[in-house]
Design a protein. Structure first.
Lengths: 330, 487
């Protein structure tokens, strides 16, 4: 590693540490002991008159409940058992300090996120039913869908890209359709796909296909169209057939551009699958995010987002390395 | 009702109607009890008879449970309301009643039919969809507490992201049956909002269970008249939530299409939207009402129970195709759901049910929130504690009145574009025609039994937010409102 890489690494890590520190400070509240309320003798008498046990009065007032609140509880005839059955006095939002306050702060702290994350990371393949599977299993399903859709897109995009690249006539003819279909969001495709395809798995793969085909198509066309004219001339001189020209000359020359297109496409495909799974459900990382959102478990959602980002990064690096293998400096 | 209650016992409230209207409204013009003379010492005979039956009833045997459910269904088809049933049984005595009814419907055959159905299940592995809200408690807890297994079914319950997807997955066959909103089977059968496919609402899974929640900043706006310009969320257009919200604000002089904005938001997103101030309030199913209070984002303005007590909410829907192709499975599944529904209704089971549904595989909510909802002891976000045990209720029988009310409101707000034959559609969707056929056959077999009173009883009059809803006079009901899209 050269000096600059090391410097970049140190800077990166410093930025991360600063970010985490700021996050921590902004989201952690100090929890303190509950402020106990003192009950006057008269108040205690009213409460016991309504049937409340003295032990309960003491326990609850220690946790910060006011006389009015205890009066209400007594008036409804609720004893300790019923309060416990309803989730415990802490869950009513009346007590001060401790758990009650923690329930109310909005954004989770880095510590909370880490706690959720470790729960998931250290048990990645659990299977507690169709709606609760480990993050490893969810990722596997999502990746499978992405790769299927991506490969399908590749099979369509590359040959079509060649056609468009090699023939200005076809390019002009197909271009309007490409431009119209390209900007359509995957979430707009989804209901249509569901309606026509009648199977949610196939519909989500279709959506990945239809959204990731464009970068590959356009880049392939561009790469093919911009092959050095000299090389084409030589091929013509050598009397190579069109097919041979395509495979032996154009493909290697256009390969870097095609692979760049693939890199962009895989990023889009990964993006799309999360969105599609949030709507369709099933098993997958998008469903995982949705499930945690459903439970309003922000810490888990943040963890999921980080995982999505990391996997996207890995996919990108994988394709980037492949790119490095096949490109050659002139 | 629970499976512990004997359908032939005149002293129990079988179908949870104790809270409903009094005895007079639904008296058939000529009481059935007049037809058969009341024997003496009815009380003593009753008790002896019931004791003998209780002795034979083994709660551990699932086919016995199914048999009891079938008995109850049959009596419901005959009497339609608990008051009639009790009058009849008190008048003629449980033993005689069993004899009379048994002479027309061979109960032994019914018992063996139950056993046979369970042995010949066509499709053991089922996929049932559910949306993660407490309305689906019988379906969810049915899985968590083993009710499906008890009847020999291997059910996977699949969490669905929203009602549109639930509908789509139902229609393309990915789900064998599903938790649906009460208006949805009707909408799907009529082809509203989708292609048309025949779906049946087989049973309610719950009644009540919703609430209107407002953001904390509106604590001083408790009168709906101040809600002009507000944005409200509802889970789906074809839902009781939408219809009840519209009814409620319209009764306070607000036009739901002109003065407020109603948007469709999936229930899980409601609390987040409330916090982000995207909506001012919502009418949603629990747990998202109590969750808003728990998270300190909003308060509960009104429980829908206070608008229409025991209103239908969510249902268990199955396609007509499935019923036709898998009748035994259908009956077994229905019994399992009924069993779970009846058990969920019991006060002493609520905590157990709440705890079973908290994990990620099911509702994925804090246990305390679920407990507050199911026990009905909860903070309302305004500093009060409330105790409303039937805040959510699990009452399985859909009645035609409920069905036609839904249709009338869909018409009122112009979701249904032209007048329809409410009764026919409601009959088709909400209750099987077989029960009516059964009743007619019985009448033919025994001329001393008068059934002509029954159609009136089939459509009981409801009290909906202070207004009487008479299903015989639907058109008048629709036009009787000040605010309506239909004149």
């Amino acid at each position: 590693m050269n000096a600059r890489n090391i410097q970049a690494g140190v800077l990166s890590v410093t930025l991360l540490v600063v970010f985490l520190a700021v996050w921590h400070v902004l989201t952690t509240t100090s929890s303190h002991e509950a402020d106990a309320t003192r009950m006057t003798a008269a108040q205690v008498e009213i409460l016991t008159g309504k049937g409340m046990a003295e032990a309960d009065i003491e326990a609850w007032s220690k946790q910060g409940l006011t006389f009015d609140q205890l009066d209400q509880i007594a008036g409804l005839g609720l004893g300790r058992d019923e309060i416990e059955a309803a989730g415990g006095i802490q869950s009513f939002g009346f007590t001060t300090g401790g758990a009650a306050e923690e329930a109310e702060t909005g954004f989770p702290s880095p510590g909370q996120v880490w706690r959720e994350a470790s729960e998931q990371i250290f048990d990645p393949f659990h299977d507690r039913g169709p709606n609760d599977k480990g993050i490893g299993i969810q990722l596997a399903y999502s990746l499978a869908r992405v790769l299927t859709g991506f490969v399908l897109a590749m099979i369509v995009a590359v040959p079509l890209g060649f056609l468009i690249g090699m023939s200005p006539l076809w390019s002009a003819a197909i271009n309007p359709y490409v431009q119209v279909l390209k900007p359509i969001s995957p979430l707009a495709w989804l209901p249509v796909a569901l309606f026509l395809i009648k199977d949610s798995e196939k519909a989500s793969i279709f959506v990945i296909f239809i959204c990731s085909v464009w970068p590959m198509l356009i880049n392939t066309a561009f790469g093919v169209a911009n092959v050095k004219q000299d090389w084409l001339n030589i091929a013509q001189t050598l009397e190579l057939s069109k097919l041979k020209t395509a495979f032996r000359v154009i493909l290697p020359a256009a390969a870097p551009t095609i692979l760049t297109g693939m890199r962009i496409s895989i990023g889009i495909a990964w993006l799309v699958i999360v969105a599609a799974e949030m709507v369709i459900g099933g098993v997958g990382v998008g469903y995982f995010v949705w499930n945690e959102w459903n439970g309003l478990n922000l810490a888990s959602m943040i963890f999921a987002i980080v995982i999505i980002g990391v996997v996207g990064l890995i996919l990108d690096i994988a394709l980037g390395q492949t790119l490095r293998l096949i490109e050659y400096k002139e | 009702m629970s499976m512990d209650k004997d359908p032939f016992d005149p002293n129990v409230d079988l179908w949870n109607e104790c809270s409903e209207r009094g005895a007079d409204e639904n008296d058939p013009p000529r009481s059935i009890a007049d037809v058969l003379k009341a024997p003496e010492n009815v009380e003593r005979e009753n008790n002896a008879f019931l004791a003998k039956r209780a002795h034979k009833f083994d709660t551990e045997d699932p086919s016995a449970t199914m048999y009891r459910a079938l008995e109850s269904s049959l009596l419901h088809a005959i009497f339609k309301t608990d008051t009639n049933r009790r009058k009849f049984l008190k008048g003629v005595g449980a033993a005689t009643a069993a004899g009379v009814i048994g002479s027309m419907v061979p109960f032994e055959a019914l018992a063996s039919m139950a056993k046979d159905a369970m042995k010949n299940i066509e499709k053991k592995d089922l996929k049932i969809g559910f949306v993660p809200i407490t309305c689906a408690t019988p379906i969810i807890a049915g899985h968590a507490l083993g009710f499906y297994n008890k009847y020999g079914l291997n059910v996977d319950i699949i969490k669905t992201a929203g009602w549109a997807v639930a509908r789509d997955k139902c229609m393309n066959g990915e789900y064998d049956a599903s938790h649906l909103l009460a208006p949805m089977p009707a909408a799907m059968s009529m082809g509203l909002g989708s292609a048309s496919q025949d779906w049946r609402m087989v049973t309610n899974v719950n009644t009540n269970g919703q609430a209107i929640v407002l953001a904390n900043k509106h604590k001083d706006k408790q009168d709906p008249k101040d809600w002009k310009g507000f944005k409200f969320g509802v889970p789906f257009e074809y839902s009781m939530h939408n219809l009840l919200l519209r009814l409620y604000v319209a009764e306070h002089g607000i036009d739901p299409d002109k003065d407020i904005q109603i948007r469709v938001i999936p229930p899980p997103e409601m609390v987040a939207n409330l916090r982000a101030e995207n909506v001012d309030g919502y009418l949603a199913p629990d747990p998202f009402n109590q969750r808003a209070v728990y998270d300190g984002v909003g308060f509960i303005h009104k429980l829908t129970k206070e608008i229409w007590d025991q209103h239908p909410c969510c249902c268990f829907g199955i396609s007509q195709k499935f019923i036709d192709e898998n009748p035994n499975t259908f009956i077994t599944l229905l019994t399992a759901i009924l069993d779970a529904t009846y058990t969920a209704e019991k006060a002493d089971q609520r905590v157990r049910f709440a705890e079973s549904m908290a994990p990620r595989n099911y509702l994925n909510q804090p246990e305390a929130v679920l407990k507050q909802i199911l026990t009905g002891v909860y903070p309302d976000g305004l500093g009060n504690i409330k105790k409303v045990p039937d805040r959510i209720s699990f009452m399985p029988y859909p009645t035609q009145s409920m069905g036609t009310w839904i249709l009338s409101q869909l018409r009122r707000w112009d979701y249904i574009k032209s007048d329809v034959d409410y009764k026919t559609i409601s009959d088709k969707v909400f209750m099987s025609a077989e029960t009516e056929k059964n009743m007619k056959d019985m009448a033919e077999a025994n001329s001393s039994l008068e059934w002509k009173d029954i159609p009136e009883v089939k459509y009981p009059v409801y009290d909906v937010y202070g207004k009487k809803y008479n299903p015989e006079k639907i058109q008048e009901y629709i036009t009787s409102f000040d605010i309506t899209r239909v004149s």
